[in-house]
Write a protein that binds this ligand. Sequence first.
Ligand SMILES: Cc1cc2nc3c(=O)[nH]c(=O)nc-3n(C[C@H](O)[C@H](O)[C@H](O)COP(=O)(O)OP(=O)(O)OC[C@H]3O[C@@H](n4cnc5c(N)ncnc54)[C@H](O)[C@@H]3O)c2cc1C
Length: 298
Amino acid sequence: MYPAPFHYHRADSLQGAISLLSELGDSARALAGGQTLIVWMKLRFDEPQHLVDLGRIPDLSRISQEGDEVRIGALATHAEIAGSAVADLLPIVRDCGSGIADAQVRSRGTIGGALGSADPSCDWPTLLHTLDAELTCTGPEGTRTIPVSELVEDIYTTILKPAELITEIRFRRPPANSGGSYTAFKRCAPAYPTASAGVQLTLEDGDVCSDIRIALGSAGLKTVTSEEAENILRGHALTEASIDKAAEAIVAAAEPVPDQRGSEDFKRAVLRTLVKRAVDIAVRRCHGETIRGHHEYV
Ligand SMILES: Cc1cc2nc3c(=O)[nH]c(=O)nc-3n(C[C@H](O)[C@H](O)[C@H](O)COP(=O)(O)OP(=O)(O)OC[C@H]3O[C@@H](n4cnc5c(N)ncnc54)[C@H](O)[C@@H]3O)c2cc1C
């Protein structure tokens, strides 16, 4: 189906985009890669009268590491991030970016759009929870920082104010002896995950887990996290039994929705397996093993 008619505007600066979005009000949407928004418009889930294209705004797709801070511009595409020096440094970033959809979607879709869509099936929000990322957001009232854990109010709804845009994603490079893994289970490449799990952990004195973050995607209306699960592992040597217990705890916090991708029980079983697999890969990466992460296909 074709989308309803709309007016197209191309912004050439961040302030220009914000002014235009403010002026046009609720009838306008920011357009980044269009890989979600245009699909929603074709399906008539959304019928904006105006699109404000952010694609030509300079400097919003820069990916850099300064000191121990990683910064990713909101317009960086999934492919650019997966192929960046940051992904060389942090394999969990490549696991995520290289597994999103197919080459076409990866070369158009942006990390800012994935966050802005507040779609619980999108991979970046889940990954960014494991890295405690913060978002720089700019709107008519100025610039503020929003922790990624606070961005989403409800499915497809963020706490962003009218005309407010995500401009940059920032997180600290994990300390030495850290490893991470992001893994998803999908029907095929151009499909959203049936379920996904990200784990980022730090070890000390061999196998004692001094810190850990676990997050689940496609597991409810928002990204799912569980302090209970993390506390089972934090401060203790990792054993098969404790990893099983932590996986049970976070899967208990999930609320997977049954759909054409599987029943609730099936999704819980997949999530349990993904968490254990992600912990295993994260630990092996901590120990210096080079493991190519990949998404699992049905
Ligand atoms: C066939 C197909 C398969 C896909 N599979 C996956 C998958 O496996 N995993 C996955 O994660 N994603 C998947 N996607 C989604 C894809 O990753 C999108 O690119 C992404 O979700 C949205 O990014 P975008 O740049 O295209 O945003 P757009 O579609 O342009 O925008 C999406 C929403 O975010 C808002 N927005 C855009 N930029 C900003 C900003 N800077 N600040 C605030 N709000 C903003 C827009 O107004 C809109 O509401 C798939 C898409 C398709 C079409």
